[in-house]
Ligand binder design. Structure first.
Ligand SMILES: Cc1ncc(COP(=O)(O)O)c(C=O)c1O
Length: 401
C-alpha cells in the first residue's frame, strides 16, 4: 500500500511550543512584548525599516490600502493569478481591481500586460471603469519573486504606489544581474510589503501576518488603524500608558497576539533551515519528474532564491488522455493530496459578474487548466516524496497519449 501524503504538515520545534507555554503562563496573552520582539526580528530578517505584526496578510494589505487612501473612483492593477484576498481588499476600500494576465511559466504578473491594461483603462476599453489608476499589487506566486525593480520602474513612470503581496515569499530574493546584491521581498522597493503566517505558509503563527515598509507615514497610520484607530496600543495602555486614549479614526481589530508571536519568533529563527528542507524536496521532484514528458516543472532561474512555498506542476494536456481534474481525482484516490493555485480571479463569480472574460486574460485562462500543486513541506519524509513521484509518474504513463 503506498504511503498517503498530506498537502502540508506544519513543523514546530519544542522551543516554539515552550515559548507558547511561557506566554500562557506570563499573564499577557494579547499584543505585547513578544509581538514587539517578533516585529523587530522580522524587520531585521528582511532588511526593512518599519514593521507591523497583524493577524493575517489580508489585514496587512487592507491596512496598507487604507493608509494609501484608496477609495471609490480609484483603480488598482491586481494579477488575476492570485488568492481572493489581494483583490478583495481593493474592493473593501471601494476601489476597482483591474485584472492583469500572468507569465505562463511562473504565473507571476505580466508587466507587459499591466502596461496594456493601464492603457486600455485610459481609453475606457476595459469591462470596469474608474476615475484614476493609483496602484499595483504584484504577487510572488509560490515564492518565485517578481522582478520588483521592474515593477517599481513601471509604477514610478505612471505615478502608482506599489503594495507587494509577499504571502508566499519569505524568505525569497531576486537580483537583476549576476553580480548584483540579492533583494529580498520587503527590502524597500514597495511602499508596503505584506507577508502571511497562515498555517501552511513558509513560516507560521497559525494565523498571522506582517506589513513592512520604508515609509513611516504609512506605518504610523497602519499601526493606529490595526487597533480600533486608538492613539495608543493596548500594551502601552495597560503597562504604564495613560487610560485616556483617543479614537483618531474608526479602525480595525487586526493586531497579532503574543501567543502567535511566540510561535513566530521560533519559526523565524529557523526560516532558512526550513526553506532548505523545502528546497531539497523541490530538487528531488526536479530530478525524478524532470524526464516525464507529460509534465512541465517549475523553473528557477539563477537570479532567484525561491521560497518553495508551492510546487506547481503544469500538465502538458496535449500529451495526456485525461484532463487536470481527472488527474487530481486519480492522485486523490492513491492518497496524494494536491491543490490548484489558482482558479484565476476572473473565473470566479465575483469577477465574472463585473464583465471579466477569459479573452481579457488569455494566458491565465489557458494555464490554470493545466495546474496541479504537489505536496511540499519541511519534514516531508523520503517515503512521502517517493509516493508522490511514483503516483505522478504512473498516472502519466497510464494516460500518455
Ligand atoms: C497570494 C496570497 N495573498 C494573500 C493571502 C492571504 O493570507 P492570509 O490568510 O494570511 O490573510 C494568501 C493566502 O493564502 C495568498 O496565497
Amino acid at each position: 500500500m503506498p504511503t498517503s501524503v498530506p498537502f502540508f504538515r506544519p513543523k514546530l520545534s519544542d522551543a516554539a511550543i515552550a515559548e507558547v507555554e511561557d506566554t500562557l503562563r506570563s499573564g499577557w496573552l494579547t499584543t505585547g512584548p513578544k509581538v514587539k520582539r517578533f516585529e523587530a526580528a522580522f524587520a531585521e530578517a528582511v532588511g526593512a525599516e518599519h514593521s507591523l505584526a497583524v493577524n493575517s496578510c489580508t489585514a496587512a494589505m487592507h491596512l496598507a490600502l487604507e493608509a494609501l487612501d484608496v477609495g471609490p473612483g480609484q483603480a488598482v492593477l491586481v494579477p488575476t493569478m492570485t488568492f481572493a484576498a489581494t483583490a478583495a481588499v481593493v474592493r473593501h476600500m471601494g476601489g476597482t481591481p483591474i485584472l492583469v494576465d500572468c507569465e505562463p511559466a511562473t504565473g507571476n504578473l505580466d508587466l507587459a500586460d499591466a502596461a496594456a491594461k493601464a492603457d486600455a483603462f485610459e481609453r475606457g476599453s476595459l469591462p470596469v471603469s474608474a476615475e484614476r489608476l493609483v496602484g499595483i499589487m504584484p504577487v510572488h506566486v509560490g515564492g518565485h519573486m517578481v522582478d520588483m525593480g521592474a515593477v517599481r520602474a513601471f509604477a514610478d513612470q505612471r505615478g502608482l504606489w506599489v503594495v507587494e503581496d509577499a504571502a508566499h515569499a519569505f524568505p525569497a530574493a531576486y537580483r537583476a544581474e549576476p553580480d548584483a546584491a540579492w533583494q529580498q521581498a520587503g527590502q524597500g522597493t514597495a511602499d508596503v510589503t505584506c507577508f502571511s503566517f497562515y498555517a501552511n505558509k513558509t513560516i507560521t503563527t497559525g494565523e498571522g501576518g506582517m506589513a513592512v515598509s520604508p515609509r513611516d507615514d504609512l506605518m504610523e497610520r497602519m499601526r493606529v488603524m490595526s487597533l480600533h484607530g486608538l492613539s495608543k496600543d493596548a500594551w502601552k495602555r495597560y503597562s504604564g500608558g495613560h487610560w485616556d486614549y483617543r479614537v483618531i479614526s474608526p479602525g480595525f481589530k487586526y493586531n497579532l497576539t503574543d501567543i502567535a508571536a511566540a510561535i513566530g519568533l521560533h519559526q523565524l529563527e529557523r526560516a532558512e533551515e526550513l526553506r532548505l528542507e523545502r528546497q531539497a524536496v523541490a530538487n528531488r521532484y526536479a530530478e525524478q519528474l524532470g524526464e516525464v514528458s507529460q509534465l512541465q516543472l517549475p523553473v528557477v532561474p539563477a537570479d532567484r532564491i525561491h521560497s518553495w512555498h508551492l510546487y506547481p506542476l503544469r500538465l502538458r494536456l496535449d500529451q495526456l488522455k485525461i484532463d487536470r481534474n481527472a488527474f487530481i481525482d486519480a492522485l486523490t484516490e492513491t492518497g496524494i493530496s494536491t491543490s490548484v493555485h489558482w482558479r484565476p480571479l476572473h473565473a470566479h463569480p465575483a469577477y465574472e459578474s463585473l464583465g471579466w472574460l477569459p479573452e481579457h486574460l488569455p494566458a491565465a485562462s489557458a494555464v490554470w487548466q493545466r495546474l496541479v500543486t504537489l505536496p511540499l513541506f519541511p519534514g516531508m519524509r523520503e517515503d512521502e516524496v517517493e509516493s508522490v513521484v511514483a503516483a505522478v509518474t504512473e498516472l502519466c504513463r497510464q494516460h500518455a497519449r
